[in-house]
Structures are given as structure tokens and as C-alpha cells.
Write a protein that binds this ligand. Structure first.
Ligand code: HSE
Length: 397
């Protein structure tokens, strides 16, 4: 019997218990032994749960128990998740996490601590929920140099944008449904304002480049001000409006990472990703384009990803895997204003004058009628400078 502990018995933590019961035989086969939950650390009591007798309120019994080799951190938030994870690794326990906030903010420190103590720090569930996405960066793709990643990595906003488009439903109403379904963050502004997606693109950027961008260096755009008019404009242009997390890794090692609503044109594979589904496209010179697709949020898919890390630790496979090294490096992240995109622009005024203004910063300007234009590439700062009042949405082709 192998014992684990769970920190945080919320949507993901309780999902781990369910998946361990439901798939006990498959998990035992992968580990070579049965897996049992010895402790559940939470502030709350769960008197009606079959696990009520395992609930504890301090980390100490876990740290002191030599029979717990693997701890699942599904608390969310940076603190005390960081301190507990560090303490577990100092006590010789591997930690597996679904907590994108702590990985994005402190992944460098956590991975160094794991190395120092000869344990693993794994975080397959932190990006893309149930999609096997993190491990391929450390296995199948190690021979390649990733140049670009573009993804839909927030299930809640994708669900909202899909329902607004398909059912003409109100933003608040669809958000409440996403919360009921367990997709949204505790504070759903983390979803809506691009913060959750920013944490995820920070992690993917670090996996691809080794550079862990600082939170404040990555722009996060919101879907809060998206109107039915914008959704319709995307459709008229032959695309779909989505919250996109993107990173480009330049040959000089700098990275251009951002999260912003974009119009994804129909031929792009991300244009067909609807509802709570996530998809991440990864481009590299040897492998070409790869698309990862699956359920990006929800209790069971995310819990399954945590358990994949648990099985890697308990079977010994994690020891044989390459551990990533994340490094924070000042000046390595290109500011959003300096990043270039083709744009959809909508504004008021004379078509000839707007065209003339746009032609000072880009080589292609196509009038679409009704004060709308499709442009060639220009930087976000140039677009803002020439037309500060206009609706400006980057286009992904
Ligand atoms: N709130 C997140 C989402 C949960 O909607 O994608 C999964 O990380």
C-alpha cells in the first residue's frame, strides 16, 4: 500500500478521491501497488464524507509521517501552498500540484527545492486540466526548440464566449453556470480578466524556453468588455472571438508572451475549440505543429492529471524523467506594446482618414464597411497611438 496526502479538499482535491476509487485497479497497475489517501488537509470538516476520519487541520502530521511519499497540493493560491510544498519537499516528499498560481509565481524556487532534496515537483494538472500537455515538453519535445505556443487555456471564458455566440446569452448568466459546473476560479475575475490564462502561459513559456516570466511582465486582456457586436464582427470576418494565450520564443532567447481576446480565423485549429474545451498549439522546427485538445477544467479531468503525476512519483518513473529548470531573467519578456499582430479595427469617422492613419503604421488596410478595417501587422502600441478610441482586436491566422 502506498499512501498519499491531499492538501485542499475542494473541486480538484475531492476529485482525486473519486478517481482513486473509480479507477483503483488501473492506478494500482500503474504504480505496482494500491494507493490510499492517508491525510486530507483542509480548514473545513467533512462529517458526511467517507474520508471524514482522514481530515486534519495542520501540515505537521503529514511532514512527520515517513509513509507518505507523495503530497497532492490542490489548495490554489500562493500561500500557504508555497510554504507547505517547500516543507513537504524538505521532509523528503515529492509534491504534485494543480495550482497554476504557485507554479507560475514560484516554479523556479519549487523546482530548485525538489532538486536539492532529491524529490520531484510535478504539475501536469496546472495547465490544460485533463490534457496531457506538460510532460510532452519534458519527453517527446526535448530534442526540439519550441518557437511558438498559442492556446485556449481558460475553460470558463471559452464556455462564456461560446454560449454568448451560440445562444445569444447574457455574460453574467453563463458565468453563473460555469461556476455551478466547477469550472470557474474561486474569484471568477481571475478567469474573466485573463489572469488564470496568464499564469498558464507563463508556465508553458517556462517549459518551452526555460525563462519563467514575472507575472507583471505579461499582459492579460479581459473579456469583460466584449460586446455582442464584437462577437458578430468576428463571425462576419470568418472567425471566432476567443481568449488566446500566446508566446513566441525569439532566436535571441527573449519571449513575447501575452493573453488577449483575439479573432481566430476559421482555418486555424483553435477556431473550432468550443465550450469548456482547451487546446494548445505548439510549433517547433523539427516536429512542426502539434495540437493538444481536451477538457481544460472540471473536477475529474483535472484530478486525473494530478493522479498521473502521483503514479509517476509512486512508480519511480518521475525519477527517470527530466526535471525542468525555470529561471527568472529581467529584460527577457518583450512588452505587449512591442508585440505585433494583424488587427480588426472598428471606429467612427471618415474611412479615408482612418485608412491614412493606419497606413502610417502598417502596409495593409482593408476596409470592411461600417467603420471596420482589417489590417496587416502593427504593434499594439502603434495601434493605440494612431487610434486610441477604436475597438482593436488582434487577429490570429
Ligand atoms: N478556472 C479554470 C478554467 C480552471 O476555467 O480554465 C482550470 O484551470
Amino acid at each position: 500500500m502506498k499512501n498519499i496526502a491531499i492538501l485542499g479538499f475542494g473541486v480538484v482535491g475531492s476529485g482525486i478521491a473519486r478517481v482513486l476509487e473509480q479507477n483503483a485497479a488501473e492506478i494500482a497497475r500503474a504504480v505496482g501497488d494500491e494507493v490510499s489517501i492517508r491525510y486530507i488537509l483542509d480548514l473545513r470538516e467533512f462529517p458526511d464524507s467517507p474520508y471524514a476520519d482522514r481530515v486534519i487541520h495542520t501540515i505537521d502530521p503529514i511532514l512527520a509521517d515517513p509513509d507518505v511519499a507523495c503530497v497532492c497540493e490542490t489548495m490554489g493560491g500562493s500561500h500557504p501552498a508555497l510554504e507547505y510544498s517547500l516543507a513537504c519537499m524538505e521532509a523528503g516528499k515529492s509534491v504534485v500540484s494543480s495550482n497554476k498560481e504557485v507554479v507560475a509565481n514560484f516554479g523556479d524556487l519549487l523546482l530548485r527545492k525538489a532538486k536539492e532534496h532529491g524529490v520531484s515537483y510535478l504539475f501536469e494538472a496546472s495547465v490544460g486540466g485533463g490534457i496531457p500537455l506538460i510532460r510532452p515538453f519534458l519527453t517527446s519535445l526535448v530534442c526540439d526548440r519550441v518557437t511558438e505556443i498559442a492556446g485556449i487555456v481558460n475553460g470558463t471564458t471559452n464556455y462564456i464566449l461560446t454560449k454568448m455566440r451560440d445562444e445569444g446569452r447574457d455574460f453574467g448568466d453563463v458565468l453563473a453556470e460555469a461556476q455551478r459546473l466547477g469550472y470557474a476560479e474561486r474569484d471568477p475575475s481571475a478567469d474573466i480578466d485573463g489572469i488564470d490564462a496568464k499564469r498558464k502561459i507563463i508556465i508553458l513559456t517556462a517549459l518551452a524556453s526555460g525563462i519563467l516570466p514575472e507575472d507583471g511582465d505579461v499582459y492579460a486582456g479581459s473579456i469583460r468588455n466584449i460586446t455582442p457586436g464584437d462577437i458578430e464582427a468576428a463571425r462576419a470576418l470568418g472567425g471566432v472571438l476567443r481568449l488566446i494565450a500566446q508566446t513566441k520564443i525569439l532566436p535571441d532567447g527573449r519571449v513575447a508572451a501575452c493573453v488577449t481576446p483575439m479573432i481566430v480565423m476559421a482555418p486555424h485549429p483553435l477556431a473550432n475549440v468550443d465550450g469548456v474545451y482547451n487546446a494548445v498549439s505548439v510549433t517547433s522546427p523539427v516536429t512542426g505543429d502539434i495540437l493538444y485538445y481536451g477538457r481544460g477544467a472540471g473536477s475529474l479531468p483535472t484530478a486525473g492529471a494530478v493522479i498521473s503525476d502521483v503514479t509517476a512519483v509512486l512508480s519511480g518513473a518521475a525519477k527517470a524523467e527530466l526535471a525542468p529548470v525555470f529561471e527568472k531573467k529581467s529584460g527577457a519578456v518583450i512588452p505587449f506594446g512591442e508585440q505585433s499582430f494583424p488587427f480588426y479595427i472598428r471606429t467612427q469617422g471618415s474611412e479615408a482618414e482612418i485608412r491614412e492613419l493606419l497606413e502610417t503604421v502598417t502596409d495593409t488596410v482593408i476596409p470592411l464597411g461600417g467603420g471596420a478595417f482589417e489590417t496587416g501587422e502593427m504593434t499594439a502600441a502603434e495601434a493605440e497611438r494612431v487610434l486610441p478610441e477604436a475597438v482593436k482586436i488582434p487577429i490570429l491566422r
